[in-house]
Ligand binder design. Structure first.
Ligand SMILES: *[C@@H]1O[C@H](CO)[C@@H](O)[C@H](O)[C@H]1NC(C)=O
Length: 329
């Protein structure tokens, strides 16, 4: 009996944690998490629909979000930066004002931590900038359960060669909010520079919040291009924060949700894919194949040439090169 109670306790703790195991239990407490238009998704680029009507997104007030410092908060699930309503998006069916941004990442040392995937490939981390429809609703909480009440920008983050100075505006403050419920203030910075350089290439689909209660109210924009941070910056993200208020501390890691079934949904693209449908592995083997082929051809030509030369020398004939007769131009 005691064993059974303990077992239930363990299951409950795992479910509450929200790790890859816990996610399966979300629908039991939050039915919408088990519904049919959930996020994130794996974006299969050969199945997206090019939509020439998709307007480019215009972020306003992103370069100078405010003169006041911004709140940075460890809420035990992620690190979250509060954004002022002077930041808003144009190019969507309605005006969406910014509310907050936050990050998702993987285990310590892992290069997989994004929520969205493109062609089954996850990146190291993902940034979400959350907006709500301010034409129709007064607040984020009012808009959150309503159809298309929210618009979220998803930016896939990969590891690059150099330190990203803009992401550093967030990452350099993590040590001030190591424990759950801690807050600090961050001087305002150009939030627009967190986005990848090419903002005209994106995917658009109807989905949900990626954490309970998983409301299916999000008009998603996932950029095709990735942002880059250094491996040291990723380490800082993976190793600084705790999901607990006090000792014993538990690292805040692996706070991403697994891809959800697309079901009948359409994913639109603002651009036509130019890259081939080959995967990195296929490209690599194709490259190696071509290289080996060329090498074989070169060797064959070499041996044939040598054989011909030997034959000629064997015949005792000297090879005389004569210049071609000069022709008039
Ligand atoms: C999202 O849903 C709305 C309302 O049902 C629809 O009009 C719109 O075309 C959908 N957008 C995409 C990208 O599927």
């Amino acid at each position: 009996m005691l064993f059974f109670t303990l077992l239930l306790e363990v299951i409950w703790i795992l479910a509450a944690e929200g790790g890859p195991h816990g996610q399966d239990h979300w629908p039991a407490s939050y039915p919408e998490c088990g519904s049919n238009a959930q996020s994130p998704i794996n974006i299969q680029t050969d199945s997206v629909t090019f939509d020439p009507e998709l307007r480019p997104l215009q972020p306003h007030g992103y370069d100078q979000p405010s003169t006041e410092p911004l709140d940075l908060h460890n809420n035990g699930h992620t690190v979250q930066l509060s954004l002022p309503s002077t930041m808003y998006l144009e190019g969507l069916p309605r005006k969406y004002v910014a509310a907050q941004l936050h990050l998702h990442w993987g285990k310590t040392g892992s290069l997989g931590g994004s929520e969205h995937q493109i062609n089954s490939e996850a990146t190291a981390a993902e940034l979400h900038i959350v907006h709500y429809d301010s034409d129709s609703y007064d607040s984020l909480s009012e808009a959150a359960p309503k159809p298309q009440g929210l618009a979220v920008l998803g930016i896939l983050i990969e590891v690059g060669e150099t330190k990203n100075p803009v992401y550093e505006h967030i990452l350099s403050h993590l040590h001030e909010i190591r424990h759950k419920d801690q807050k600090t203030l961050v001087p305002p910075f150009n939030v627009g520079e967190l986005l990848p350089p090419r903002r005209d290439q994106f995917f658009r689909y109807n989905g949900s919040l990626t954490t309970p209660p998983c409301y299916q109210s999000v008009l998603w924009t996932v950029f095709n291009q990735r942002a880059q941070i250094s491996v040291e910056q990723l380490k800082e993200l993976q190793e600084t924060l705790f999901s607990t208020e006090e000792e014993p501390s538990k690292l805040l890691v692996q706070n991403y949700r697994a891809p959800q079934p697309l079901n009948q949904r359409t994913v639109s693209a603002s651009f036509i894919q130019v890259q081939s449908s080959y995967t990195t592995g296929e490209m690599l083997s194709l490259g190696v194949g071509i290289l080996v082929g060329c090498l074989c051809l070169l060797l064959a030509v070499y041996f044939i040439a040598r054989k011909i030369r030997k034959k000629r020398l064997g015949n005792g004939k000297s090879v005389v090169f004569t210049s071609a007769p000069a022709t008039e131009a």
